[in-house]
Write a protein that binds this ligand. Structure first.
Ligand code: PLP
Ligand code: MN
Length: 330
């Protein structure tokens, strides 16, 4: 199939750029040094590529992602790096033979893990992001509680998400050191082998974690592209120009086809004005005509992909594979 045959808006991934991103990361963080986060792409076919690159353990954000990864034969070592209270379906995945480790940060989540049939946990520690994670000083006590309920405690995790998009690399590195000092202090009290942390923004400067949970690196977005990391934007949303005036042009890639929380998308050689539900209004440097195709670069990869049913992998203008975004939903 040719790119022009795709119905728009359509998610398109450049095969060569994806392969280069996977190789670059596998060279920097080989094997178990990287635990790729599948929430970025929600696609088991892409996770298989990451497994082929040498990474056998994965990070997940939802029960659905854990189920889908296990069903796809990628359940060797799945870390659900999130708090879960309804663990019934996770227990079923464990009984089915997959290895599932669940993050806990409260007595309630420990209880949910134990009663739901989950056998292994990590203590999620707050390292500065105002989100999940227990106070570092209380981590050891929570680990003791988990062990008293028969759970095996594999270690700690702590996501320094508030630092990922810091522009100044020196500041990013310094603040990561501070966050990881909190995590390592908690690890002393918790025990276990795992210190799981990090993301695409800190993969190179977080030298304290035993494994890095990066996900965006595979496909990238304009927010991460601004950091000057050695990964290229492999993901675009293909659109069609549906209307054109002397001053602006409109494509059929609106905010229902794009994650917008990191701002407007970009179009190479054009100025993007705004998105509405089904429309993207922009001014190209060279005149565009109704019917032209346009490649839109999303500002945030994860919520963009979660809006689409499939990813088309292209080699130049040829669609070489189509992957279902099969880990969507809850
Ligand atoms: N770990 C956790 C718990 C996350 O929530 C995220 C993303 O938000 C990541 C790791 C890393 O993702 P990214 O590669 O997008 O920085
Ligand atoms: Mn993200």
């Amino acid at each position: 199939m040719h790119l022009l045959d795709l119905q728009t808006p359509a998610l398109v991934v450049d095969a060569a750029l994806l392969d280069a991103n996977l190789r670059t990361m596998a060279d920097a963080l080989p094997g178990a040094r990287l635990r790729p986060h599948v929430k970025a792409h929600k696609t088991t076919a892409l996770a298989k590529r990451q497994a082929d690159a040498g990474h056998r353990g994965f990070t997940c954000a939802t029960v659905r992602e854990v189920e889908g990864m296990a069903a796809a034969g990628l359940g060797e070592d799945l870390l659900l790096a999130n708090e879960v209270l309804d663990t019934r379906r996770l227990g079923a995945v464990v009984r089915g033979g997959a290895r599932v480790t669940l993050a806990v940060d409260s007595p309630e989540t420990v209880e949910a893990a134990a009663s739901g049939g989950v056998r292994e946990v990590v203590v999620d520690v707050n390292v500065g992001l105002p989100r999940c994670g227990i106070d570092p000083a209380a981590a050891g006590e929570l680990a003791d509680l988990a062990r008293s309920k028969g759970l095996s405690v594999r270690g700690v995790m702590g996501y320094e998400g508030h630092l990922m998009l810091r522009k100044d690399p020196a500041e990013r590195a310094e603040r990561t050191a501070e966050s990881m000092a909190l995590l390592l202090a908690a690890h002393e009290d918790v025990g276990g082998d795992l210190v799981s942390a990090g993301g695409t923004g800190t993969y190179a400067v977080n030298t304290w974690a035993t494994e890095i949970q990066a996900g965006s690196y595979a496909l990238m977005d304009t927010a991460y592209a601004e950091l000057g990391l050695p990964f290229r934007q492999a993901l675009t949303v293909l659109g069609t120009v549906i209307s054109a005036s002397a001053k602006w042009v409109v494509a059929d890639v609106g905010l229902k086809a794009l994650g917008m929380d990191h701002g407007n998308p970009a179009i190479s050689g054009a100025h993007v004005h705004f998105c509405s539900d089904e429309h993207l209004t922009f001014t190209p440097e060279t005149p565009a005509r109704v019917g032209d195709r346009v490649r839109v670069l999303p500002a945030h990869v994860d919520p963009t992909i979660a809006l689409h049913e499939r990813i088309h992998v292209v080699d130049g203008d040829e669609v070489v594979e189509t992957w279902p975004v099969d880990l969507r939903g809850w």
